[in-house]
Design a protein around this ligand. Structure first.
Ligand code: FAD
Ligand code: NAG
Ligand code: NAG
Ligand code: NAG
Ligand code: NAG
Ligand code: NAG
Ligand code: NAG
Ligand code: NAG
Ligand code: NAG
Ligand code: NAG
Length: 605
């Protein structure tokens, strides 16, 4: 019955037995079909929304994605090949860079974004962290709508997740997570993969030791329970030795009523040309049409969604598309010769990303290098071994500073959403030899990152030109507010306190980056100098099309993800989050996209 109603494509599907989305490689392949929903961007959020809307077999969905299918890129499958696929300068990268960062000595950084199905979930670091309950409750308070509160969102983490269990029975996960906090019947595979390294056990020992004398580093069974403070084990979007993404876990399982147009860039959104199609209301503009093309000189196509257009092009490209379409700060757009349609000063502003700083400790722990050829052969044969894990080490830590800590001594307010939230993340990368950091014969570097999880500084995404094919101007404006540097400094002091445990006395020695002076002294000024030369963006940007409460004099979308001043247009992606969570961003975005899908579906019941 269901199949019969689906028309011409169901025959094909029956023959192939499994149903799946229909891919078009070029706009000229599109057939004359009217789509109910058009999703602009087949990334993390777009993949979720298109899949959920497609569950109504009567709806026809079109996804427009700038890049190719993730299936074309082998390294997207293999967790340990993360850096191969996330590197800039590949055909699935937007190749973005930041503006010179004023408060980081003019430093220019890459701002990696993936251009393929699954978006950044097809190339990211796979770390799965939900953040603290305060993060969600703060979003609920800013938007004056409890839909985004932790308690309301919590079931949606389960809906989006399947705890996949250990891929390799010799690497059991018992004691590394709390099963009661995880879904077993959702989409994205999550597990706690690791590789054997002495740091794993040493960290457990050190936490036991330090907990006798301080409450800075409590043991944390599971960092996804709403209060991520302490030292625990990393969880990742990995299952069965494969990366799990919104492309593999959602889009790959849709019916053939979901069509995906690849290699095609949405250039503008606009009102439908045909007036009689327009469903605008007096104070809002109908924005259900999208224009797209494959190159700056290629033919230009357009299409109107019968019901809604959903923009899910991510924190950089969603504001770019709106700005190009005349939705944004009127004067800025007019200066570029773009006709203003809706004057909204918030579009592209309030860009917020976590500053991250790589530091290194001298160590005699074994270098965790491996034979890539042998590891790849093992992965191909059995999906196990070193490449079935992410490249980084398994321990992961989250520290909340007391109210009396140094960053707050000048009266600076707590930047977090509340006392369940950590201020910094301690991320342990690997043990390796780094030229110049071998402080004495045989010592390697334990490389780690300090992340300031709740930055106060705000940057922007603006247009360089009126060509939709030109890169926008990306300015995270890192460290603009001194508190952000002070939190980073305290994060480094915290890492020093961790490695001062007796447990590490014969394995992890002092810092080598930043490097102490000849007497072994490292002053606050030295560290601040290091911070203000080396901070980078953590690629967890949010906020450029922020959600705000109804009637707010700022913000871009309302709590139903509708773009202010429009009808038929919503935004669902990282750009709507008003604050970055105390976490890596993907778990939040999966859950928020699940919520947005429910909102959209219920408005068309
Ligand atoms: C290198 C890297 C590592 C990361 N590591 C982690 C991690 O370990 N854990 C974690 O939780 N988070 C991580 N993140 C962050 C996380 O992946 C992102 O926050 C998340 O993917 C954002 O989802 P999104 O849907 O907003 O955007 P995206 O996933 O970026 O999707 C946007 C999609 O829109 C497409 N698009 C853009 N413009 C257009 C256009 N004009 N027309 C058509 N299509 C368009 C893009 O090609 C892309 O597919 C990482 C990010 C990066 C870049
Ligand atoms: C991944 O990158 C590494 C380091 O550049 C390289 O040695 C390896 O061949 C690459 N592997 C694949 C499968 O692309
Ligand atoms: C990024 O650079 C690579 C290598 O030059 C190229 O193939 C790709 O098309 C570039 N991406 C964009 C969006 O221009
Ligand atoms: C999830 O992992 C299971 C094995 O645990 C595997 O069979 C399945 O294909 C994976 N699904 C995705 C979407 O990766
Ligand atoms: C869409 O394209 C058609 C023809 O291809 C054109 O007539 C129409 O004006 C376009 N719509 C808009 C809004 O530009
Ligand atoms: C940025 O966000 C804050 C709320 O966090 C808001 O008060 C302010 O108006 C926003 N700025 C813009 C330009 O939207
Ligand atoms: C360890 O980290 C360094 C520095 O980031 C990197 O160059 C190297 O490839 C990493 N080694 C492994 C095995 O991941
Ligand atoms: C790496 O592994 C391959 C395949 O097993 C082997 O041929 C090669 O000698 C190894 N390389 C080193 C440096 O051990
Ligand atoms: C190098 O390692 C040795 C132990 O092997 C240690 O005693 C020494 O302090 C380390 N050097 C530095 C500069 O950390
Ligand atoms: C190291 O200490 C000595 C003695 O206290 C002092 O003379 C010297 O200036 C110090 N060196 C540095 C680099 O601070």
């Amino acid at each position: 019955m269901l199949l019969a109603r689906r028309g011409v494509f169901s025959l094909l599907s029956l023959l192939q037995v499994t149903l799946c989305a229909v891919h078009f490689q070029s706009p000229s392949d599109l057939q004359d079909i009217e789509y109910d929903f058009i999703v602009v961007g087949g990334g993390l959020a777009g993949g979720v929304v298109a899949t959920r809307l497609g569950e109504n077999q009567d709806s026809k969905i079109l996804v427009i994605e700038a890049g190719p299918s993730n299936d074309d890129i082998f390294a997207t499958q293999v967790p340990g090949l993360e850096s191969n696929v996330s590197a800039t300068g590949t055909r699935v990268s937007w190749n973005y860079t930041t503006t010179p960062q004023t408060h980081v000595n003019g430093r220019v950084d890459l701002y990696q974004r993936a251009m393929m199905l699954g978006g950044c979930s097809s190339h990211n670091g796979m770390v799965y962290t939900r953040g603290s309950r305060d993060d969600y409750d703060r979003w609920a308070s800013v938007t004056d709508d409890d839909s985004l509160s932790w308690d309301k969102i919590f079931p949606l983490f389960f809906k989006a997740e399947t705890w996949s269990g250990p891929n390799d029975p010799s690497l059991p996960e018992t004691g590394h997570y709390d099963p009661s906090l995880h879904g077993t019947n959702g989409n994205v595979n999550v597990s706690a993969p690791y590789h054997v390294h002495p740091l794993n056990d040493l960290m457990v020992e050190a936490v036991k030791e330090l907990s006798q004398s301080s409450d800075e580093f409590p043991a944390l069974l599971d960092m996804n329970g709403g209060r991520p403070i302490g030292m625990g084990w990393e969880q990742d979007t990995v299952g069965g030795g494969f990366r799990s993404s919104s492309a593999t876990a959602y889009l790959a399982h849709t019916g053939d009523n979901v069509h995906i147009l690849l290699n095609t860039r949405a250039t503008r959104i606009m009102p439908p040309a045909d007036d009689h199609l327009s469903k605008g209301h007096p104070n809002s503009i109908d924005m259900r049409s999208v224009e797209f093309s494959t190159s700056p000189i290629g033919p230009v196509y357009n299409m109107t969604a019968k019901r809604e257009l959903i923009v899910s092009s991510g924190v950089i490209n969603t504001p770019q598309i709106l700005l190009n379409s005349g939705i944004g700060p009127k004067e800025e757009l007019q200066a570029l010769g773009i006709k203003s349609l809706i004057d909204n000063p918030s579009v592209g502003k309030n860009f917020s990303d976590q500053p991250i700083l790589v530091i290194g400790f001298s160590t005699n722990l074994p270098v965790d290098d491996f034979n890539m050829t042998a590891a790849l052969a093992e992965w191909l044969a059995s999906h196990t071994g070193r490449l079935a894990d992410t490249p980084h080490l398994a321990p992961l830590g989250w520290v909340r500073f007391p109210a009396t800590a140094n960053p707050f001594k000048d009266g600076s307010p707590d930047p977090t959403g509340g006392t369940n939230s950590p201020h910094v993340e301690l991320f342990f990368k690997n043990v390796t030899f780094i030229p110049g950091q071998e402080t004495s014969m045989g010592n390697a570097t334990l490389g780690m990152s300090i992340v300031n999880l709740n930055p106060v500084s705000r940057g922007s995404v603006t247009l360089a030109t009126s060509s939709p094919f030109d890169a926008p101007v990306i300015d995270p404006n890192a460290l603009a507010v001194p508190l952000d540097t002070a939190v980073m400094l305290e994060g480094i002091r915290s890492a020093q306190r961790l490695f001062s445990a007796q447990t590490f006395s014969s394995s992890v020695f002092g810092l080598v980056a930043p490097k102490p002076d000849a007497n072994g002294t490292l002053t606050d000024e030295d560290i601040i100098d290091y911070i203000t030369h080396n901070v980078m963006p953590d690629l967890h940007g949010v906020g450029t099309c922020s959600m705000a409460h109804r009637g707010a004099d700022w913000g871009v979308v309302d709590p139903e993800f509708k773009v202010r001043g429009t009808t038929g247009l919503r935004i669902v992606d990282a750009s709507v989050l008003p604050f970055v969570p105390s976490a890596h961003t993907q778990a939040s975005i999966y859950a928020i996209s699940e919520w947005a899908s429910e909102v959209i579906k219920s408005s068309w019941k």
